[in-house]
Design a protein around this ligand. Structure first.
Ligand code: FA5
Length: 332
């Protein structure tokens, strides 16, 4: 059996020789652990003559205390060394040139919507948001569609149930505004619309409209034409011409189709942007608005059409694909 002094010397050497925290931990277990060599020494105390036991116990305890101190000392040295190593391996070369973050840019549709918003706000219209999942009544019946009228077939959509659908037109905000506000009104919205429609170069099942209306005393077609003329110039420049031709929508009387001179070199001379007209008196009356005093105009335009004509894009599908090679051609 080893003496206390021998064991202490052996343990001290092992502590000094440990090159890592895990090696040190092993040394600690070997000498100071519950089943370690020092505790084993204690177990011999019974075989030692009674008068030497005190001295023996003291020597073992002293050795234990020394070894614990040596362990703690070695541990802090090893920790510091490991930290230095980790620090060195994580070091950053601050002299390297930085990597430029890839800055995003607004989608070409967002850019068009922003331009439309500032043009209409500039003309005194107030933005009003409506839900994409709309009540059937706001989308159709509140807009003077007689029940089962064939005009609804042109705007077949995705029905959630009998009362709710994905809106086919942003004109649906009219009823929402009339329920909560009184004239004079000058409102507009921009948002997504949905129709059961095959996708081609100019149509999609999901698209955007801007819809605006004004109700005040003595509003007539001249206000509508003046507003849409000013809107076209704000959006497409001073040279643009506008054209109005009779059209039918249940919620306007008279109704017109609104077109601008085609900015594309090819194709027809005119590009249709949407529909417009004077708000049907039936609608105003149904919301308790005095039609002797008030009248109004409304218009609804396709935002994709506007984005396409402003940027010379000839296929609407490109707007939906999120291909960066396409989108990066339109920095804001
Ligand atoms: C309407 O939706 C009427 N609510 C517009 C209106 C408002 C008339 C207020 C009178 C008063 P229309 O279905 O024609 O009308 O659609 C208007 C415009 O939305 C179209 O000219 C087109 O630019 C765009 N649009 C319609 N359907 C699609 C589609 N499937 N894909 C892309 N754009 C579409």
């Amino acid at each position: 059996m080893k003496s206390v002094t021998e064991l202490e010397a052996e343990a001290t050497a092992a502590i000094e020789a440990a090159e890592s925290l895990s090696a040190l931990r092993e040394v600690e277990v070997r000498f100071l652990g519950r089943n370690g060599s020092l505790n084993k020494l204690f177990e011999q105390i019974g075989s030692i003559p009674a008068e030497e036991r005190r001295e023996f116990g003291r020597a073992v305890n002293e050795a234990k205390a020394k070894l614990e101190a040596a362990l703690a000392d070695r541990m802090s040295k090893l920790k510091a060394a490991e930290e230095r190593k980790a620090f060195a391996s994580e070091a950053v070369d601050i002299t390297l040139p930085g990597r430029r973050p890839r800055a995003g840019l607004p989608h070409v549709m967002t850019q068009a919507a922003d331009r439309i918003k500032s043009a209409l706000i500039g003309l005194g219209f107030e933005f009003f948001d409506g839900p994409e999942l709309e009540e059937v009544r706001f989308n159709f019946s509140a807009l003077n569609y007689p029940p089962d009228h064939p005009a609804m077939d042109d705007q077949d959509t995705f029905y959630i149930d009998d009362q709710r659908l994905l809106r086919t037109q942003c004109t649906a905000i009219q009823g929402r505004v009339f329920e909560s506000r009184k004239p004079p009104l000058r409102m507009f919205t921009i948002g997504r619309c949905f129709r059961n429609e095959a996708v081609d170069r100019t149509h999609s099942h999901t698209f955007h409209q801007v819809d605006a209306f004004m109700v005040d005393e003595g509003i007539g077609m001249h206000h509508l034409k003046g507003t849409l003329g000013a809107f076209a110039r704000a959006m497409f420049g001073p040279e643009v011409k506008v054209r109005f031709r009779p059209d039918y929508f249940p919620f306007v009387e008279p109704g017109v189709e609104y077109a601008i001179t085609n900015p594309f070199k090819s194709g027809s001379e005119w590009l249709e942007l949407g529909g417009a007209g004077l708000i049907h008196p039936n609608i105003l009356r149904s919301y308790g608005i005095d039609t002797e005093r008030y009248s109004g105009f409304a218009f609804g335009l396709g935002v994709e059409r506007i984005a396409m004509s402003q940027n010379g894009i000839d296929d609407l599908r490109l707007l939906l694909e999120n291909d960066l090679r396409f989108l990066e051609q339109f920095p804001a």
